[in-house]
Design a protein around this ligand. Structure first.
Ligand code: EPS
Length: 397
């Protein structure tokens, strides 16, 4: 079983969302303001619908915390839904015209009902608030070890930024992202994205896009190559594909690898003793086509992940569908929804990827307390810097 894990519960219009994070080391400081800041960012972005004017997502710690620190027991958090009216929705059943692209049809058949609400409440992207909360808790841990993340919008429809993100410039990109209501660090692309979303709203349509996240400061060796379930890149892909409406995930060069030769893809290795103390331990790559993972493990370079979000399947204009009760042609149902949630999705990918990095980090450096995790990290880094090790002569300085 992995060292840390999480589970989410709660329906979109139920009383609350509940998140349980297990396996956190005792003594980990939990920064509620930081976690709530991420929840607020997730609620924002141009193109959101009416629900976000009703909600004010904040976490409440229900268990596992004492005086602002984890105590090693399951951490339970709650986000209250202001728009809680699950039993009162659809008094006259009307939700039986499945939306193409949504979970409505498959879920209704699976659970043997023609009432799509039974499925859609849990399929709703409202659940991503829980996943952001869990990821932000994981980031409280990563930040203790100097590991930082940066998520942003790469494209919406055909408006893409070519911004190059590096360890040196990501903070200025983060400031530009925070000044953009499409969460894109490139002002010209952001302006065009805004226009695209505005037009989609006029057309009673929706738009998707590509979001990207970078993780800085990981030493080599997080994740494993010994079993496919412990590969960090596999865990990341699983987590990203689990975000509502995501249809593709890429690491580093991703799909573009297919159109290049090996010599054009693989990042040459050199050693620079001046960088021995840096997280890369001195192992330098001048390119990062691998996106920071090789063989399912971090290689000391920034982790780079992109995810593709399809356009939201709830269209004001509807789409050709059927009535599940009569099987006759009908236009798909409309529920209050967003025209574009790609900016919010950039916050979600940043946090879910962070959780997977923290999970593999804790698998490697596990300890009951944060002090032991620190000791394990320091011991590993010291040994890795001593390579090659000579076991008979080996002593810990
Ligand atoms: C969302 C909450 C939902 C939707 C949206 C995202 O609230 P409601 O259904 O009450 O408007 O706004 O969900 C979807 C896009 C979806 O497909 O369900 C949220 O909290 O992000």
């Amino acid at each position: 079983m992995p060292a840390i894990n999480y589970q989410t519960a709660g329906e979109s219009h139920g009383p609350s969302l509940v998140i349980t994070v297990t396996g956190l080391p005792a003594g980990l400081a939990l920064d509620a303001d930081f976690i709530n800041g991420e929840l607020t960012r997730r609620q924002g972005g141009y193109g959101r619908g009416g629900r976000m004017k009703i909600e004010k997502d904040v976490i409440e710690f229900l268990a596992g915390v004492r005086r602002g620190h984890a105590i090693g027991s399951p951490l339970v958090m709650r986000i209250v839904n202001n728009d809680a009216r699950l039993d009162d929705l659809d008094k006259t059943p009307s939700v039986h015209r499945p939306r193409p692209g949504h979970a409505d049809l498959a879920g209704s058949v699976k659970w043997l009902t023609t009432d799509c609400r039974e499925t859609l409440e849990r399929a709703s992207a409202r659940e991503t608030a829980s996943r952001v909360a869990a990821g932000a808790v994981a980031r409280c841990l990563l930040r203790e070890f100097g590991i930082e993340t940066f998520g942003f919008v790469r494209s919406i429809l055909d408006s893409r930024t070519d911004a190059v993100v590096t360890e040196e410039n990501w903070r200025s990109h983060a400031a530009a992202r925070d000044a953009s209501d499409t969460y894109c660090p490139d002002p010209a692309a952001s302006e065009r994205q805004r226009e695209i979303i505005r037009q989609a709203k006029i057309d009673r349509d929706t738009v998707g896009g590509v979001v990207e996240t970078h993780v800085f400061g990981c030493p080599p060796g997080i994740g494993s190559t010994m079993d496919w379930t412990t590969k960090l890149d596999a865990r990341i892909a699983y987590a990203v594909m689990g975000i509502q409406a995501f249809k593709a995930v890429e690491i580093g060069l991703g799909h573009a690898c297919a159109g290049r030769t090996g010599s054009q893809v693989h990042d040459p290795i050199r050693f620079d003793a001046r960088q021995r103390e840096a997280p890369c331990l001195g192992f330098i790559r001048d390119t990062n086509n691998a996106g920071g993972t090789e063989g399912g493990m971090t290689n000391g370079q920034p982790i780079v992940v992109r995810g593709t979000m399809k356009p939201i399947s709830t269209l004001l204009r509807g789409l050709p569908s059927i009535d599940l009760n009569t099987k006759q042609p009908q236009t798909s149902q409309y529920e209050r929804s967003d025209v574009c949630a790609v900016p919010a999705a950039s916050v979600v990918i940043e946090n879910v990827v962070a959780f997977e990095v923290a999970r593999c980090f804790c698998d490697k450096f596990a300890g009951d307390s944060i002090f032991e995790v620190h000791r394990n990290v320091e011991t590993f880094l010291r040994l890795a810097r001593m390579l090659p090790l000579d076991p008979p002569a080996f002593t810990l300085a």
